[in-house]
Write a protein of this length. Sequence first.
Length: 284
Amino acid sequence: MEDNDLKIRPKQPYFVMASSKYYKSVILKYGISHFYSFELTEGKDNAVLAIPDGCVDILFCCDESHPEARICGTVLSPSVVFNQSTAYYFGVRFLPGKVPDICNLPMSEIINQELPLDEVIQDKDLIEKITSIRDFKEQQKIFLDTYLHYYILSAGYNPKQNLREYLISQIVLSAGSLSIGELSTQTGYSERYINKVFKAYYGMTPKMFSKMMRFQYLLDNLNLNMEHVDFAELAQITGYYDQSHMMKDFKSFTKTTPRKYLLSLEHENYDDRLIVIKREKKTF
């Protein structure tokens, strides 16, 4: 799944819209989607909405008085995740279905919830190192210095994927368009067994995860084509049965419609708030 041509680039657009500036450094390697940092806009209602993305995040609050770090599982429906004031945050978003190797737990244990990072991380010094500074580039380096040690020791470099890793990769690469019947045919396992293995580790069915990936693919297409959107054509491109099906799924994951979502991107000057940092290859 670690490929620049991936259809799924997991997004949390309401984080961007709640911040003054949202910095993003895309990795798409080592199981990491991207790094990000932001500071919530002073004076705004800072109840930040998280939407389903199938991802695990590690979020560091770099507040001098109350520094903290937490690991956050994907939400299954739109949820307010925090509403603190103007603290500086540094975050790591992992690729869909990937649980960071520095934490020894299945995704099912953190789905729809947050846990203090110091309860699950193996290198607890990492929290202090990252929360004590506000240098985005340096924070990325510090995180990778620790994370890659565990990643290399894990199955990260093992070319033989086990069943659940194969299922995740195929669903993500197809942007949620593969049915469980097709996965059964590809793997030779029964649909019942696939459901059992998948749900035990990821805390949801392959169908639910596929639904999230299709939604995230739709979200990406909306963000890239804000000014000229043919909703019927977009529904077909992103794998929905029809426009009505697309609208229903989108509203269940965002509490709004695609049209109103596009208006909110424009109203909040989304493109001006989002700053993508070009990663220097020699750094990592």
